[in-house]
Design a protein. Structure first.
Length: 146
């Protein structure tokens, strides 16, 4: 879960706890109203109003977070659908790799003719040793032992 979700959950729990405490205080003081002093009641009302505003703000943030998460998920789903559609299409004839395959084979043959071993040829061409040995084997040249 994203860390913002955890922060939001903790804030919600704190706000709910504060509302419960305020309601419990109000419940205890619900006897005759003569026991409740004006400043205490005003403080309670202002605190309840502040908590309500904060709760509304946090709910708005949560809505935005959920909306952005859903939008992100929708984008990812569309990307995956397009990838799946591409994979379902039959493969077309693939062109030869746009690499230097003929040049590579020629370079390997030249270096082998110069007496280089497969490890030296691999280092010179930047290709793996196994690929060099395969090219030498396909060209009919003998590869040296490892």
């Amino acid at each position: 879960m994203h860390w913002l979700w955890w922060l939001q959950i903790v804030a919600d729990i704190l706000l709910i706890g504060a509302v419960v405490v305020l309601l419990a205080r109000l419940g205890r003081g619900s006897r005759p109203t003569a026991g409740i002093k004006g400043p205490d009641l005003e403080q309670f009302v202002s605190e309840a109003s502040r908590l309500s505003t904060e709760f509304d703000r946090l709910l708005g943030e949560k809505r935005e977070l959920v909306a952005s998460t859903l939008a992100s998920l929708d984008r990812r789903i569309e990307e995956l659908k397009s990838l799946a559609a591409e994979l379902e299409q039959p493969p077309t004839s693939q062109p030869a790799p746009a690499g230097d395959a003929p040049d590579f084979k020629q370079k390997v043959a030249e270096l082998a003719a110069a007496g280089k071993d497969p490890a030296a040829i691999a280092a010179a061409t930047g290709r793996p040793r196994g690929e060099v040995e395969l090219a030498l084997g396909l060209s009919g040249r003998k590869t040296s032992a490892r």
